[in-house]
Write a protein that binds this ligand. Structure first.
Ligand code: NAD
Ligand code: A1AUG
Length: 540
């Protein structure tokens, strides 16, 4: 049974600006130089031991300077994966028996370390390894990961404090047990914070975890693991194994003690994991919880009453921050002709003027896409649009000679059903459909039904009736819906994040809803003076 002490009230971690002359900018520059000079052995962490592993070695590089290596890791073998599962199971009983307060203290300490002495280490690792600018790294890790750790403790307390009523003579309680077995956390490249949250949210609720980060996030994952150790996470509670996935999954998904998957990544990968669980379903001790936040084809929908300036910023920041590599990134926009005539030319000129390059030069707006595969996918999408006769109104160029750079690109199409309005390219590509002002109702229906995804979306309008109509018509088209703002940048505790349809199970990371998935409640009833006669009054 878990107690319910008060916990420190969470507040969102303040975002540092890194403005010229600021002390944080100087600290960050120093840390970037230190980390760029490393060539680390990115070890697995199994049962608290850092293990090099005997699998094939793979380099981890800076995407904006792919000749610069940050480290190497060895692909986990089946034996490594099995050792991680064994270590998790060995740690399970002690971790589950630990008081909630003691588990929570580990993550509160991790949050304070990350907000303080580890801040620039994680920010710089995220910039170098994932090509994030200082601003984009700052809102990811430290800030969002600090928020996940602090807010989740508060939410977990709410979950544990939720107790049933008791009739006279009895005492009813809920025991929020962890799941029986271990959780498999599979995490994406694009947010160090998501990668840090997926293993730690189940761990906070008393579960043990095998964590497989994305190979292209291995560098910042390495530092996240070291930070958790510094915060006092006991050996074996979270076991980190590096690798592409299939070899590790073969071992993990066939283990009878798999109790849950906490996944963020593409829809295709989640569907593959779900299918594998289905195939193994008769072999598990319990039904694994499947939580997955996946892809998006997120929209900005402007009404004829839209403020052109607000629309420009919503599209520019929404589509091109972090080179469009957020699941929330705007990748399709619907703009009425009267508004486009007032802002379209300026918008495209501003997009063409965006400085793109090495993220350690803080004057850049964005960096490179994550790897050669992402570069090819986006370059191919641009060429496909060109050959289909669509207008490339901004950008449209790419160059992988030094880093995997794709220029922010605006594609104009008269056909709102074109594949560029349906396919998630996960890069700096925004498709725009300019519609006749009188076609608002048709465009609402188009925005609702064009894509299989339902993650984020935004309406830009000053006419309140139009805002209300869009909220109604698009109720199931986005799990995070924004009015007069870009569709990105959800903050923990403010806009719980997640989508439905092809975008995931919508369990809202950083909320009590998510934490509920990692407990298996036991209802307890105690009767103080039990009956001693089995007969009921109606029996005479
Ligand atoms: N909805 C959200 O909250 C959210 C947040 C971030 C990213 N995303 C989505 O993530 C995608 C981009 O991230 P990505 O490129 O890292 O996605 P991805 O699906 O390629 O990879 C995600 C993770 O799955 C792993 N993986 C791949 N095949 C596997 C297998 N057979 N077994 C086990 N693991 C396997 C990868 O190595 C990685 O760790 C986009 O689709 C984006 O929309 C969604
Ligand atoms: N929570 C982030 C998106 C995470 C997905 O990549 C946002 O709201 O922009």
């Amino acid at each position: 049974m878990q107690s319910v002490s008060q916990v420190p009230a969470p507040v969102n971690e303040p975002v540092h600006s890194y403005a010229p002359g600021s002390p944080e900018r100087a600290r960050l520059a120093g840390k970037l130089a230190d980390l760029a000079g490393l060539d680390l052995d990115l070890t697995h962490t199994i049962g608290g031991d850092q293990v090099t592993g005997s699998g094939e070695r793979r380099p981890v590089v800076q995407p904006h300077r792919h000749a610069a290596r940050l480290g190497t890791y060895a692909e986990a073998t089946s034996e490594d994966a099995a050792a991680a599962v064994r270590a998790a199971k060995a740690a399970a009983a002690d971790w589950a028996a630990m008081d909630f307060e003691d588990r929570a203290a580990v993550f509160l300490k991790a949050a304070d370390l990350l907000a303080g002495p580890w801040r620039e280490t994680l920010a710089a690792a995220t910039m170098l390894g994932q090509s994030k600018t200082a601003q984009q790294a700052e809102i990811d890790t430290p800030c969002e990961l600090v928020d996940f750790w602090r807010f989740n403790v508060g939410f977990a307390r709410q979950v544990i404090a939720e107790q049933p009523i008791s009739a006279p003579g009895t005492w009813n309680r809920t025991d929020h047990r962890p799941l029986e077995g271990f959780v498999y956390a599979v995490t994406p490249f694009n947010f160090t914070a998501i990668a840090g949250n997926l293993p730690t949210a189940p761990a906070l609720m008393g579960n043990v975890v095998v964590w497989k980060p994305s190979p292209t996030q291995a560098f910042s994952a390495h530092f996240t693991m070291r930070l958790l150790e510094a915060a006092g996470l006991p050996p074996g509670v979270i076991n980190l194994v590096h690798g592409a996935g299939p070899v590790i999954s073969d071992v993990v998904l066939s283990d009878r003690d798999l109790a849950g998957i906490h996944f963020t990544g593409s829809t295709a990968t989640f569907q593959h994991l779900w299918r594998s669980v289905g195939e193994n379903i008769a072999n598990y001790r319990t039904y694994p919880r499947l939580v997955g936040e996946t892809g998006g084809k997120d929209f900005v929908l402007a009404h004829p009453s839209a403020d052109p300036g607000a629309l420009k910023v919503a599209m520019l920041r929404g589509a091109f921050e972090y080179s469009g590599q957020k699941c929330s990134a705007a990748s399709r926009a619907y703009v009425p002709r009267s508004v486009w005539n007032r802002m379209g030319k300026d918008f495209c000129a501003e997009v063409d003027a965006l400085p793109v390059g090495d993220v350690t030069d803080l004057s850049n707006f964005t960096g490179a896409v994550i790897d050669a595969r992402a570069f090819r996918k986006n370059a191919d999408a641009i060429e496909r649009a060109r050959s289909a006769g669509l207008e490339i109104a901004a950008g449209g160029t790419y160059d992988d000679s030094e880093g995997w750079f794709v220029r922010p690109t605006v594609i104009l199409s008269d056909d709102p059903g074109d594949e560029s309005f349906r396919t998630e390219y996960f890069g700096p590509l925004l498709s725009v459909h300019v519609y006749d002002d009188g076609d608002w109702s048709r465009v609402l229906e188009t925005a609702e039904s064009t894509s299989e995804y339902a993650l984020t979306g935004a309406v830009i309008a000053q006419d309140r009736a139009a805002v209300a109509e869009a909220m109604r018509a698009l109720r199931f088209a986005a799990g995070n819906f924004y009015v007069n703002d870009r569709p990105t940048g959800a903050v923990v505790g403010q806009q719980p994040f997640g989508g439905s349809r092809g975008s995931g199970t919508n369990d809202k990371a950083g909320s009590p809803l998510n934490l509920l998935r990692w407990v298996s409640p036991r209802s307890l009833k105690e009767t103080f003076v039990p009956a001693t006669d089995h007969r009921y009054p109606h029996m005479g």
